[in-house]
Design a protein around this ligand. Sequence first.
Ligand code: GAL
Length: 720
Amino acid sequence: MTILPTRDVCYGGDWNPDQWPAQTVAEDIELMKEAGVNLVSLAIFSWAKLEPKPGEYDFAWLRDIMDRCHEAGIFVDLATGTAAPPVWMARNNPESLPVNKDGVRLGFGSRQQYCPSSREYRSRSKALARALAEEFKDHPALVMWHVNNEYACHVPHCYCDVCEADFQDWLRDKYGDISALNDAWNTHFWAQVYSDFDQIYVPRTMPTIPNSAQVLDFWRFSDSQILKLYLGEAEQLREVTPGIPVTTNFMGEFTYLDYREWAKHVDVVSDDSYPDPALPGAAHEVAFNADLMRGLKGGQPFVLMEQVTSAVQWRPQNTVKRPGQFELWSLSRVAHGADGVMQFQWRQSPGGAEMFHGGMVHHSGKKSRWWSEVVKLGGSLSNLAPVVGGRVDAKVAVVVDTDSARARHLSCGPNEAPALFSAARAWHRSLWEKNIATDIIGVEDDLAGYSVIVVPELFIDYPKFAARLQVAAENGAHVLVTAPSGVVNPTLRAVLGGYLGSLSDLLGVVVTDYAVHSPDAAKWAQSDLWMVDPRVDRITRAVETPGVVDYHDLEVRSAALVRALEQVGSPRPAPRGGVWGEYVMATKEADQFTDPMWLNDEVEVVAQFAPESDLGGWPAITKRKVGKGAAWYVATDLDAVGRDALVRVLAAYGRVDMSASNLPDGIEVVKRGVVTFYLNHSDRAVQLAGVTGFDLLSQAEATGHAVVAPRSAMAIVSRE
Ligand code: GAL
């Protein structure tokens, strides 16, 4: 689906003309033309102006703005304005304000102050969406609906009584019978047994560790309540304007909402992305988020709905992008599947919470360094129409699962983990560093066509997915699963009889125990528990504590992995595991503990834990041949060297194109449709051989030998 009738890449940003005098608005339109802006997101935070009193709409100002956009050839992504309800709603309906975990009702004066279960908010937001749709249904500038803004960004959960009653109903629907809930939540532990759904609380602040299954269900409930808000508005829009695509802006790696589920209900995926330019890994975050978004609707292009030109204002220190980086990261998004590059926001605010957040037009206007970058990017994007609609073809997939990330985060132990796709990000990074095109998919997505499938930390056991991985391996795929996986069922009950659950048959191994290191020993530094005076502490000085390091040394046993490590560097680097280690046994033979382990011939030990660790001699990486492919298991959080070497091995087996993996440092290559992007993330001009075709960005022919300037890009259309 293309968003603009012109089939151009969308370029523009959030525009808030209602916050500025008429003269500035006129100037804005002229500046937009100069910058090549072709799409603006309007009215995102305009509810108070659209409905100054309950039920009294004022759309005249918006119509005037939309008309002016149309005259200037600028299209509109029209917001429903419901992300910041006006003060009258808070005053007339205080119960519409959300309540936090400690029972405090949140106040008015910022934004997103609505309870997701509030009936008043629900009906008024739907009514506003309907009224806007009726008003602008035939407006020629309207090309997309932008429902609300960053749902759940500030208020992912509300703990009010209305939410509690709705949560009880949600549980009733899900479990049917209270005994099923008691069983799923294992409520006999700590005497939490319920005899009726209406006894159940939302998980407010409690004396100590809550029942994590209850909290996980509460997160799912909150997600579904918020999705209902979106669906309520989207339904109004679709009834009135069935031909206009509907979106709501996502926030990348955000697991309060399950975007894979949400994506089924948006016509276009759109994303807000603010990597921190202070961090070297930010260049990868740009690519990771883009691949994540492209993967939400089976490879369909998405829109980058928000990024900043220069620097945000909400970090303690807001590092500014380097010269050229704004364009470079924008083009990276396009290369990875974006059909639009939009900014927050068009004009930097003159006051309020976001006054120091960068914009396309800064406080200093055209005198700002950023203005020239904005105009330059507009010019570049205007040449990229041949990319629009194009797909990225990947033979490698990395699997992410929101519920698994939530479950791992919410379970108390084995060690703390953020509710993020950290392991998937690490594996994706290893592939990206080698310029290997990678899709990010979910557990229900089609696996056909992938010759390498990486399944990092799939905490929840999904028997159906395991069966589909088995089929993929039989058909030739190399499936790599990493720990901890298959540890709990979907209601956070432990898998009994050995972890990996239904993945065990495929992998040929079972996990009997985990052994986690605790490198945060530094926090004990001031305590006598940590101190040893070797001159006098006769007993303590003999106590060894290998568990305080943040790694597990590994010994490599497979010749293929040794060869791959030799390619990584000379002398051959040794791979390491991180804090996570496990006792892994061959599935069939492991009916009781023996030390060292014993495996059958069916499973090859690719690497094992080194003898210094208590896991010494136990397998760290295993491989089992399955049909035409294989199933690999990694029982530790492998370091970058280990991942790189394993990626080489898997790519070789899977016949994945590695031809761009040895290009000069800093060069990212991505092929999208007919266009190959060369992105230079380094500070040096880089010479590339064998680049032939037409460079859409410089509008010049590349004849074999190309020079890519520091922090810049080429977009080559092949002549073949
Ligand atoms: C987003 C939000 C925008 C703006 C921006 C600042 O989260 O959607 O309205 O606040 O962040 O970076």
